[in-house]
Design a protein around this ligand. Structure first.
Ligand SMILES: Cc1cc2nc3c(=O)[nH]c(=O)nc-3n(C[C@H](O)[C@H](O)[C@H](O)COP(=O)(O)OP(=O)(O)OC[C@H]3O[C@@H](n4cnc5c(N)ncnc54)[C@H](O)[C@@H]3O)c2cc1C
Ligand code: FES
Length: 267
């Protein structure tokens, strides 16, 4: 049984980083000490009846104080009631947090070059991944950020500051090249040579295109699936993801994911 903690934790900082986008720091050393890139926490607003259910959020960054893991950051987009209510909280308020949950990204032996592909807020788990790859695994990361417009492109400077190459596309051409991010990835695979692995998080359509491309190019690809989740630890069966290969077999995104080998599931 994996270690898991639940408690009411203090918000250390909470800043708006774009229209509808927020970065929130949470003081939770027990989780910060053990959490891996790609894992997530379930969050509930204490003393509020709406929303009743917890909401899942990826670990965006780990916070370190005096050399000790002290907490972590979430990066989130306001899309509904829960995230709207979260966005109104201030530093010093508390949130009820459960985690770490899920499997996280895995690192095959001897990877040297990785492509990290984010669609919009799918960037959230990829920054912590890039940091871990750079600090502990000596892996060269190339990051692809796609969004509808410039306002949806987050963390560009943060990735650059840890030595990652960054490519950007926006659908309205307000930043980077015009269009979707997947053709840029395809171009880089064909031009600069294949990476050892592709890691991705974003909308289903992007993940589907990317996993088809990765399969055609014979590049391993891991994707983080942001399905609906009610419990986060295997009880409600609300997060089913269909297994590849036909039939009616399913995997739980909360316990067997959210990170999957793209060949293992039907997107
Ligand atoms: C493992 C995991 C990690 C996640 N990490 C992040 C993160 O780091 N940052 C972030 O901003 N979001 C993340 N999400 C999505 C986030 O959980 C939802 O946006 C949030 O639950 C919405 O809550 P709400 O009450 O504001 O919206 P609701 O009122 O519940 O829904 C509003 C709208 O958002 C849609 N929606 C709700 N949940 C999801 C979802 N999981 N995927 C796609 N659409 C959804 C609904 O269909 C509806 O249209 C993650 C989801 C999962 C499963
Ligand atoms: S979210 Fe409840 S079983 Fe996965």
């Amino acid at each position: 049984m994996k270690e898991m903690f639940q408690k009411k934790v203090e918000i250390s900082h909470h800043v708006q980083v774009g229209p509808g986008y927020f970065r929130m720091g949470l003081v939770f050393p027990e989780v910060a000490r053990i959490v891996r890139p790609g894992q997530f926490v379930m969050v509930k607003l204490p003393d509020q009846r709406i929303p009743l259910l917890r909401r899942p959020f990826s670990i965006h960054n780990r916070l370190v104080e005096r050399g000790e893991a002290s907490g972590f950051e979430l990066l989130y987009k306001v899309v509904g009631q829960g995230t709207q209510a979260m966005s109104e909280l201030r530093a010093g308020n508390v949130l009820d947090v459960l985690g770490p949950l899920g499997n996280g990204f895995f690192y095959p032996e001897s990877i040297r070059d990785a492509f990290l592909v984010a669609g919009g807020i799918g960037v959230a788990p990829l920054y912590y991944l890039a940091l871990d790859l750079a600090e502990h695994r000596d892996v060269r990361a190339t990051v692809f950020l796609g969004g509808c417009s410039a306002a949806d492109i987050l963390c560009q400077e943060e990735f650059a500051s840890i030595g990652a190459r960054v490519f950007i596309t926006t659908e309205d051409c307000s930043l980077g090249d015009m269009g979707m991010i997947t053709p840029q990835v395809q171009k880089a695979v064909e031009g600069d040579g294949k990476p050892d692995i592709i890691y991705a998080c974003g909308p289903h359509a992007m993940l589907k295109t990317l996993s088809d491309m990765a399969a055609a190019q014979n590049v391993p690809c891991q994707i983080s699936m942001e399905t609906m989740m009610a419990c986060g630890f295997g009880v409600c069966l609300g997060c089913a993801v269909k297994k590849a290969g036909g039939g009616e077999s399913y995997l739980h995104a909360c316990t067997e994911g959210p990170v999957f080998d793209s060949r293992a599931i039907l997107i």
